[in-house]
Design a protein around this ligand. Sequence first.
Ligand code: PMP
Length: 351
Amino acid sequence: MSDAPRPAEPPRIDRLAPVVGSVLDLIGRTPMVELKKFDTGRCRLFLKLESQNPGGSIKDRIAVSMIADAERTGRLKPGGTIVEATAGNTGLGLAQVGIPKGYRIVLVVPDKMSREKVQHLRALGAEVHLTRSDVGKGHPEYYSDMAARIARETPGAFHVDQFANPANPLAHEETTGPELWQQLGGDIDAVVVGVGSGGTLTGLGRFFARLSPKTEMVLADPAGSVLAPFVKTGRLEEAGSWTVEGIGEDFVPPNADLSLVRKAYSITDKQSMLAVRDLLAREGILAGSSSGTLLSAALRYCREQTEPKRVVTFVCDSGNKYLSKVFDDVWLAEQGLAEREQHGDLTDIVA
Ligand code: PMP
């Protein structure tokens, strides 16, 4: 027997994540960071890091709930095909959840979306149809119309339709909302969200309307999108174009209950890009472009408050997917987004 001394007990590690049986068990329960390096006026501003989901975005949550719902209701059968129109992240979630279950995944993605997302989708085994970004609803090459057509023409296809699928907002009402509530001790004055499909807005809006009517839903919308102007004026204007990915729309999706929005901000691409670069430079958080829009609006909201408030917003996905875009100086200059004429988080208020 060796008389070498027994090793001392290893140090205890706090907040250690559990060991799980599948990476899908790691969806949700995302961490939260309080921002300390920005001027947040009288507010405390928290960021929930949805980029930490296994598929890399907030959309993993809805992939789980929409696939489970389709299986339960018999719309998706073993060996079936899942078809969806997506800016990329919903597709990543669907592929992450659906491919290990043996489903074929067919996605229609507008061609303005980053190459990294498309490469990631193909690496997961999804079939990606790239389509035009410059056409609107009603055009045969518009991404959601094209997905609907592919679904009609494919036997055994389940068209997910995140824009109208009730299991999308339900995922946020049942998981994201309770997590925010628990992490912030049940005291939240405002939640700043973007709208792509509207699932986050509507799910969280319903959750807080029930539990905490004081909590304001704040919309962060890319300039050019019709949503923030609609909240302000009640009129649907002609959509412009924007480069931020995943949020902003040229129509009001059925899943977006805009009556839940108390305040809306239109944020320019330049403001979004500068905000997300500031987030990396100051806080070391590598976030995607839509998170820049959310952060910019959240900072604006915070600085308008005259009372201390607790505000939360999201890092919807990681900046890894945009290294060749927002984090590339040449790309930024080519887009005319490079000069810092004003600080990234000073924005024009819309409503
Ligand atoms: N951010 C990113 C990066 C996204 O891809 C999306 C969804 N397309 C959103 C935000 C918006 O979320 P929702 O669809 O729930 O409105």
